[in-house]
Structure formats: C-alpha cells, structure tokens
Write a protein that binds this ligand. Structure first.
Ligand SMILES: Cc1cc2nc3c(=O)[nH]c(=O)nc-3n(C[C@H](O)[C@H](O)[C@H](O)COP(=O)(O)OP(=O)(O)OC[C@H]3O[C@@H](n4cnc5c(N)ncnc54)[C@H](O)[C@@H]3O)c2cc1C
Length: 419
C-alpha cells in the first residue's frame, strides 16, 4: 500500500505540537485530519513568551528547590503561586515532581531537553521556511537580567548545565550593561547574553499561519473534541471518537497539551500531568522595547519585543485547568516590568492565563503508546513547547511512518508511565 492509500492520520490538538506533526506528516505524503475545538481556549501555543529558547535546558526542579519553597510561598514578590483550594488534588503530582529536585535527575533531564531545544531556530526555519508563517521568525540573542552578581552566582548549577550542553555567554555589568540594552533600569545589576537564539514575533499569528500551511498541504480540519478511541480485538487503533462522530483510522497523534490526561487514561497509561499555569500581559502602545527577549530572573518572566508591543509572559502557578485567573501574578509582573524597564510606558494591556503541560518528571512524552498500536503521543513540553514543537513534530512523523529517528528517544518514552 502506498502512503497515499493509507487512511488519514488523525492529529488531535491544534497547538504547536499538533500543527508541527501534521505538517511533517503531510510533507511525508500522509493524509491528515486535524481535530481541535478551536482557539477559544487560547492555548499555550497562542499566549507564550515566544522565545525559541535553545539554552532552556534546566528544569524547574533544580537541586535546592525544596529548601526554597517556604520562602517562595511567603514572599509577596515571589513568582511562585499556589491556589490553596487545589492543593489536595495537586499533592500526589507534587510529591513525584519534587523527588526530581536533585543533581543527578536534573542533569539527566537537562540532557533530554537539550536534544530537543538546541537547534530550535533551524527547526522552525525548516517547518515554516518558504511559507507565510516564516515572517514571524526572528533570530536574536537571549538575555538574562539579574539584580546582582550574587543572584547570578546563586544560579551557578543551572549555568554549569548550560555550559555542559555547549552554550557560551557574555557577562555585562555597569555601563556595558546599558550599552547592551539602554531600556534596562538600575535595578538590573548584571546581564548575561547567550547568542544564537530567536523568537516568534506573534505566537498567535504564527500558529494561525501554520494552520493555513497544513490546510494548503491538504489537511482537513474538524472543529470537535476527541473523547475516546475504538480498538481492534488486538488493541490496534480502529477509530477516534469525537464530539462530531467517529473517524476511522489506524494512526492518531495525541497533542492535546495540558488536557491530555483524559485521553491517555484510556490508553493504559497513568501520566502524572499537571498544568503549570502561567500568565502574560501584552503591553500595547509601548514607548520602548527590549532589544531581544529578556528573562527577568527575579520575576520568572520574559519580556519579548513582539510585533504588536511588548509581551511579558511567565510566572508559575499551580491551580489546575479549571480555576479562573487571579490578579496577584499579573500585579507582580507589572511591578517587576517597572523595576526592570523603568522608562517603559504603554497605553493599555491585555491579560492571559495559559497552561503549560507538565509531566512530573519534566520530560515530554513522544512516541507510540505501548498497549495500543497506532496511537502516538506528543505532549508535556513544560516551558519549552514552542521551542521544541517543530522538532517533536518531525520525530513524530518519522515514528508514525515506521522510521527510526537518529535521536535517542528513550527519555521521552510513554512506556515509563504504563499503568
Ligand atoms: C506563560 C507561558 C509562557 C511560555 N513561554 C514559552 C516560550 O517563550 N518558549 C517556549 O518554548 N515555550 C513557552 N511556553 C510553553 C509553550 O507555550 C507550551 O509548552 C506549548 O505551547 C505547548 O504546546 P501544545 O501544542 O503541546 O499545547 P497547546 O498549545 O496547549 O495546544 C493543545 C491543543 O489541544 C487542544 N485540545 C485539548 N484537548 C482536546 C481534545 N480532547 N480534542 C481535540 N483537541 C483538544 C486544545 O484546544 C489546544 O488547541 C510558555 C507557556 C506559558 C503558559
């Protein structure tokens, strides 16, 4: 049977993961049906900070995190928030998550992440090059704004991991710091510039264009939710059950981000998955823009010079998928923007809450489900899903086509969560 005679691959989820997988599958000659209820949810791929963060290879669960938690929770200027009513539901996941806050696990996770992040800009160019989506890609450095050298030195473990992953950087202090970016205020005492990064000038515009690219390559789109699967007697996939009927297929990709648990629970997997909630404020009519994406370390957010203004996005909040947004993270981010860029004024802003898909071991799930032939997973990329989407999509397309990727896929195997 030629690839054209095969049934369409059903890609569930139209964020950066689903779209990247769909485009690479289409380019390999496969037909694709893309299912997503629509962007009303304004998913993570729409509202993120836009950074193609090649050097983001250090998970949140770095050594020392557990000792810092009481201080982080008590300090009103800390970028970690917990919605206390959600704590009983969060607790089992949190215990597993914090178990990884040691040097050996962090180094192992870092290697797994680096394989996916390091060539991000080239991967985005390969995905979007020659299409209308390419206009949103911008090469740049990635800047880290610290309050002081002492604050930078407190992150020494993370920078050591970046060094081991092959990244080099320049340090700036005093007048040299203002030369790198005159927008920085005096509360920034030390800056680190890592070259050879990039960013997306409008993540929403980018995914909208990628949807069009998929359509132009022949993808059919269904505005529906996938609810379940139907299987052959031997466990092989037979159909995807959606809110708009069943689609017969023998291959499906689950790329449903932080919402993936409902589907994976039906596949013999027990994935410890949470939403690591994050926020953005999009500042319109901005009087100035940072020269490049700038990570404001004390606030755990990134200020990115986007097409429409300055987007500040980040923060970590635990509160599940259903609780509404609340104000303290937004207020904190606006205070910290003022500290880092005191001359920045803006006419108005809008706010957004999004859900990073967060498996407890900080590594994504990429690969075929062990018990059900034909179902492939592509979710759980935490803070680096935009960065790693195109490469994940390419790997996924190879796996669906029965090829063996050159990359070591063991860190991402779904089998690690077999129930
Ligand atoms: C504040 C913030 C800042 C961030 N900044 C960055 C950054 O600068 N760089 C970076 O690399 N990453 C960043 N991220 C992370 C990144 O945005 C995510 O990792 C990535 O977007 C996840 O993509 P996804 O396609 O897996 O999920 P999503 O973008 O969430 O998409 C999932 C899609 O699945 C659909 N869906 C869900 N359930 C179903 C179902 N049952 N049937 C059909 N469809 C379904 C949803 O409607 C949605 O469209 C940030 C995240 C946040 C929250």
């Amino acid at each position: 049977m030629s690839s054209n005679d095969k049934k369409p691959v059903v890609v569930i989820g139209g964020g950066i993961m689903g779209l990247s997988a769909a485009i690479w599958l289409l380019r390999s000659g496969r037909a694709v049906t893309l299912i997503d209820p629509g962007i009303a949810r304004r998913p993570a791929s729409f509202g993120n900070a836009g950074v193609l963060a090649a050097c983001s290879v250090v998970p949140v669960t770095a050594p020392g995190l557990i000792a810092k938690i009481p201080m982080l929770l008590l300090d009103p200027n800390s970028p970690l928030f917990v919605r206390w009513s959600y704590l009983p539901k969060l607790a089992p996941w949190l215990v597993r998550y914090l178990k990884h806050a040691n040097a050996a696990d962090t180094a192992r996770i870092s290697k797994g992440l680096a394989q996916l992040t390091r060539d991000t800009y080239a991967q985005h160019k390969a995905l979007a090059g020659g299409t209308p989506a390419e206009r949103w890609l911008q090469s740049s450095g990635y800047f880290f704004a610290y309050r002081s050298r002492a604050a930078f030195e407190a992150d020494a473990f993370a920078w050591q991991l970046r060094r081991e992953a092959g990244f080099i950087w320049q340090e700036f202090e005093g007048a040299a710091l203002r030369d790198v970016d005159p927008a920085l205020g005096s509360k920034v005492g030390l800056g680190i510039l890592v070259k050879d990064h990039g960013f997306v000038l409008s993540p929403g515009g980018y995914v909208a264009d990628l949807r069009e690219v998929a359509a132009s390559l022949g993808a059919s789109a269904l505005a529906a939710e996938a609810r379940a699967f139907r299987f052959e007697a031997d466990g092989a996939l037979q159909a995807v059950v959606t809110t708009d009927g069943e689609i017969e297929t023998d291959a499906a990709v689950v790329a449903t981000g932080a919402w993936s648990k409902m589907l994976t629970a039906q596949l013999g997997l027990n994935v410890p998955l949470e939403s690591e909630r994050g926020y953005h404020v999009m500042l319109y009519g901005a009087s100035l823009k940072p020269r490049q994406p700038t990570s404001v370390i004390s606030g755990k957010f990134v200020a990115t010079p986007m097409a429409d203004g300055v987007r500040c996005a980040g923060i970590v909040e635990f509160g599940g998928l259903d609780l509404p947004p609340h104000k303290p993270p937004i207020e904190l981010m606006l205070r910290q923007v003022k500290d880092a860029f005191p001359a920045l004024t803006f006419t108005h802003y809008d706010e957004w809450l999004g859900h990073r898909p967060a498996p407890s071991d900080s590594l994504p799930l990429i690969g075929e489900v062990p018990r059900h032939r034909g179902i492939f997973l592509a979710f759980g990329h935490h803070h680096v899903g935009l960065t790693t989407g195109p490469k994940t999509g390419r790997l996924l397309a190879a796996l669906v086509n029965g090829e063996t990727p050159e990359l070591d896929m063991t860190p991402y195997t779904p089998a690690r969560f077999a129930a």
